[in-house]
Design a protein around this ligand. Structure first.
Ligand SMILES: Cc1cc2nc3c(=O)[nH]c(=O)nc-3n(C[C@H](O)[C@H](O)[C@H](O)COP(=O)(O)OP(=O)(O)OC[C@H]3O[C@@H](n4cnc5c(N)ncnc54)[C@H](O)[C@@H]3O)c2cc1C
Length: 104
């Protein structure tokens, strides 16, 4: 079978858009189907867009923390590739966890 693979992705939220993006980068011809007039109009529309540790601490779940750091790197790369994402980078201090008790 010659030519590029044709793949249809259903749903133009952040997940469908990401799947379509990565498939296209891998060389597929992708059609993204969205039932709303505009992509990103489902749950994605209401997202605060936060990439963060939330209530968890890095030491409690290092794998999740590494994934979040990787996501920030991906956003930086996408920012350059897609020509300026509407985003703001901010820091946060999460306090009050058991891991943060002072040592005696
Ligand atoms: C108030 C709020 C705040 C949030 N804040 C955050 C946050 O800060 N950080 C975070 O990571 N997450 C956050 N989330 C969660 C995040 O928004 C969702 O997890 C994410 O947007 C889900 O993306 P999705 O692509 O799976 O779904 P959706 O964005 O809902 O996309 C699914 C799409 O599929 C389409 N569709 C459905 N059926 C069909 C069909 N038969 N044919 C064609 N199209 C179809 C829909 O119209 C929709 O556009 C928040 C959610 C809410 C509600």
């Amino acid at each position: 079978m010659g030519g590029r693979q044709r793949i249809t992705v259903g749903g133009g939220g952040v997940i469908g858009a990401s799947v379509a993006y990565h498939l296209a980068r891998a060389g597929a011809r992708v059609t993204l189907l969205e039932r709303l007039p505009q992509a990103g109009g489902g749950a994605t529309r209401w997202s605060y867009g936060w990439v963060g540790t939330g209530a968890g601490s890095p030491s409690k779940d290092p794998t999740a923390f590494a994934l979040q750091v990787r996501a920030l790197e991906d956003f930086r790369r996408l920012d350059g590739e897609l020509g300026g994402l509407p985003k703001a980078a901010r820091g946060a201090i999460v306090g009050g966890t058991r891991n943060m008790r002072p040592r005696r």
